[in-house]
Ligand binder design. Structure first.
Ligand SMILES: Nc1ncnc2c1ncn2[C@@H]1O[C@H](COP(=O)(O)OP(=O)(O)OP(=O)(O)O)[C@@H](O)[C@H]1O
Length: 244
């Protein structure tokens, strides 16, 4: 059977330039007039290529700071790539503690904006609106700006929008770790239902059981490089070795 592409990444990379000293205060600036803030280059993502196919659930493994979130953000279009290009075949939604949602908007407004981005018509969003709010258990916070939400509440809202609005490609960053126990159980039920069939999921998790259970392939990253992309078990072994 011919596999259909969902994501194609070619020679993508990302470097951040950060200033080490914060010359924010007047005192700081006066004392450092001839001493500009030092700039540091962080190669968050070194050039990499890969293909992800429709219906795959890909695990993304690596220690803190290895570049997982940067990669997910590039794929979701949050940051532009410095080099290379990414082709996405389908609608995407990033559910990473509210990245992709506007903190200045209410839950209601975010639902309409995110679902529209996924290609839904206003009338169709009206029909699933209550389901989204109910699933996220945010009935009492519909008209609250999400900047007042806890990170778990934002993650619940993002997950609920994706589940109910039906994104084709989803980036889930520690989705099983952010909600409370009840929500985690719900997220697991969704994962184990037929809903997941046909969807493409990129799952970032530090919990090996989760990766083992749901991912058909996995990637292991280290210091911004894609070290391995293939069998889930092998990627887990590399990650465990890297933590030893
Ligand atoms: N917006 C940014 N500006 C500057 N540096 C950044 C930015 N985002 C990430 N970085 C840097 O890029 C590197 C990779 O960070 P990233 O968040 O992608 O790692 P991660 O693997 O997702 O880590 P974690 O497991 O802690 O979530 C780090 O050194 C980080 O400091």
């Amino acid at each position: 059977m011919k596999q259909e592409l969902a994501i194609q990444a070619r020679s993508i990379s990302k470097t951040f330039h950060i200033s080490e000293d914060s010359h924010n205060t007047v005192k700081h600036r006066l004392f450092n007039l001839f001493n500009p803030p030092r700039r540091k280059k962080v190669e968050a993502l070194k050039q990499m290529d890969f293909d992800i196919y429709k219906g795959e659930c890909i695990g993304l493994l690596g220690r803190n700071g290895c570049g997982k979130s940067t990669l997910v953000r590039l794929l979701a279009g949050v940051y532009p790539c410095d080099t290379g290009n990414i082709n996405i075949y389908g609608s995407t939604l990033l559910m990473n503690l509210g990245v992709g949602m506007s903190h200045q908007l209410t839950a209601r407004e975010n639902i309409y904006v995110s679902a529209s981005v996924l290609g839904m018509k206003i009338k169709d969003i009206d029909n699933i609106f209550d389901k989204i709010v109910e699933f996220a258990e945010l009935q009492d916070f519909v008209d609250t700006k999400i900047k007042y939400f806890s990170s778990g509440m934002v993650a619940r809202l993002g997950f609920s929008i994706a589940v109910n609005a039906g994104a084709d490609i989803m980036f889930l960053d520690e989705i099983f770790a952010v909600g409370d126990m009840k929500f985690q159980e719900k997220a697991i039920r969704v994962f184990e239902s037929s809903w997941i069939a046909g969807k493409t999921v990129i799952l970032v998790s530090h919990t090996m059981e989760t990766i083992q259970k749901y991912c058909n392939r996995a990637a292991f990253m280290k210091n911004g490089s894609l070290v391995y992309f293939g069998e889930t078990q092998k990627a887990i072994e590399l990650y465990v070795q890297d933590n030893a």
